[in-house]
Ligand binder design. Structure first.
Ligand SMILES: Cc1cc2nc3c(=O)[nH]c(=O)nc-3n(C[C@H](O)[C@H](O)[C@H](O)COP(=O)(O)OP(=O)(O)OC[C@H]3O[C@@H](n4cnc5c(N)ncnc54)[C@H](O)[C@@H]3O)c2cc1C
Length: 404
């Protein structure tokens, strides 16, 4: 990460005490914020306008030390924790949420998953370039016929042929899919064994039989690349099986808990930015001869938004702290399963309320596609759908509450 002396005073501020961040954590958040404002924010408008992918940004992020946050230094990482990753993501979410999504798909869904579940040889082979940002990662679970029921309805298969597995099937809505070099892909190795017949594989984009079928256009998070992928007799070396054959469900389920903990900071970053834009706009926009900030109904909205943002902060940070202490055998059930589903459900729904008021404060200007607050508003829905929909999150929470 950028070498930057601490700007944080010895005595914790009220905000620091409230958020529970240490001096080091405050520093990391501030540094990542400065990096994102300088390097990522200038790319946001064109990404949104054109679904454009700025190819130079991943090596830049990696070169600054913002990939491999949880990976040991021996693999080119920083040897830090999931909580720290979350703070970096929060900062990125403020300035360019599409890149924040691309970052989390690479860093958490792919890199961190390989780190948790891969063999030493796999880690040595794939992690250094991913930490540098010269190799882009993605994760392929969802299929055209398998969304919320990703495990039960999975159709992609992998059959062993000598020293290879042969993959057949399709994956859809895969973040980073069009630009990924390395993909963690789930497939059925035993079609009759349900969720107990799933395995995880590392697939390289140049393996024969792998193809990006189409790049998908989105209503929000535009510029983060999303694809449908095809595996047509795709030959994957047997040593690229991650973990044990037919034990992929463990990889998926623990990965999904971490994913839920890790997408919450994107919501927080977006909501913080929306509040700031709304305060700025309310101070400068004049009607009836006054700044609209002087009207009590506008002030009430700003006060509500502030309370919502701070409640999102607390839930996000506490969920990340919980995710910090799970080991590779945990996840997929129990407290962490419930807390991460609750955390992301709460922050995604609360972000919805923040953005709704942000647009209202901006009036007609907020309804115009090109405005920044409009770009933020169009991001709301994905956070209620990706990594398990709100309905699935409720099923998880209730399931854990009712478990005997
Ligand atoms: C932009 C984007 C990026 C994504 N990135 C990735 C990625 O990188 N990798 C990846 O693998 N996937 C990714 N996804 C897929 C995402 O995880 C799925 O879209 C999500 O899990 C929902 O699946 P579905 O879209 O098929 O909806 P469906 O499962 O078809 O659901 C449709 C509706 O039915 C509801 N529903 C379904 N079952 C139930 C039930 N039992 N009870 C009540 N309601 C129910 C759902 O909540 C939803 O409202 C991404 C999606 C998007 C849009």
């Amino acid at each position: 990460m950028a070498d930057d002396s601490s700007l944080i005073p010895e005595k914790p501020s009220v905000l620091q005490a409230f958020s529970g961040l240490s001096n080091d954590e405050m520093d990391i958040l501030a540094q990542a914020d400065r990096f994102a404002q300088a390097e990522m924010y200038p790319l946001a408008q064109r990404m949104d306008d054109e679904e454009w992918w700025p190819a130079q940004i991943f090596p830049k992020i990696g070169g600054t030390g913002y990939f491999g946050i949880t990976a040991p230094e021996s693999f080119g990482g920083s040897g830090m924790d999931v909580f720290t990753s979350g703070l970096i993501l929060q900062a990125f979410g403020r300035w360019n949420h599409a890149l924040a999504l691309a970052w989390v798909a690479h860093e958490n869904l792919c890199l961190h998953n390989i780190l948790r579940n891969g063999s030493e040889a796999q880690k040595k082979k794939y992690l250094p370039a991913m930490c540098k940002g010269t190799s882009i990662g993605a994760l392929g679970l969802t299929e055209p016929g398998a969304g919320s029921d990703a495990l039960g309805s999975m159709r992609t298969t992998a059959r062993r042929e000598g020293d290879h597995y042969v993959l057949n099937g399709r994956k859809i809505y895969i973040t980073n899919g069009p630009v990924a070099d390395v993909l963690l892909v789930y497939a059925k190795t035993d079609k009759d064994a349900g969720a107990k017949g799933i395995s995880a594989f590392i697939v390289e984009k140049d393996y024969p039989g792998f193809k990006v079928a189409q790049k998908l256009k989105k209503m929000g998070f535009r510029g983060s690349q999303t694809a449908e992928l095809v595996f047509d007799d795709c030959r994957v070396p047997a040593e690229n099986l991650v973990g044990i054959e037919n034990n992929g469900v463990k990889v998926v389920m623990s990965g999904l808990d971490l994913e839920r903990a890790m997408i919450s900071p994107i919501c927080l970053g977006i909501a913080e930015r929306a509040l700031q834009l709304s305060i700025d706009y309310a101070k400068q926009r004049k009607q009836f001869g006054k700044a609209i900030a002087e009207f009590q109904m506008i002030q009430a909205k700003l006060a509500d938004m502030y309370v919502w943002v701070e409640s999102m902060r607390l839930f996000t940070y506490q969920t990340l702290r919980a995710a910090n202490v799970i080991d590779e055998n945990e996840g997929g059930r129990g407290e962490i399963h419930k807390i991460t589903a609750a955390g992301v459900m709460y922050v995604a729904e609360t972000m919805n309320k923040v953005l709704n008021d942000a647009i209202q404060i901006h009036g007609g200007s907020g309804y115009i596609w090109e405005s920044e607050v409009n770009r933020l508003y169009r991001s709301i829905k994905l956070l209620e759908i990706g990594a398990g929909t709100t309905e699935v999150r409720k099923m998880i929470i209730a399931g854990e509450l009712l478990r005997a």
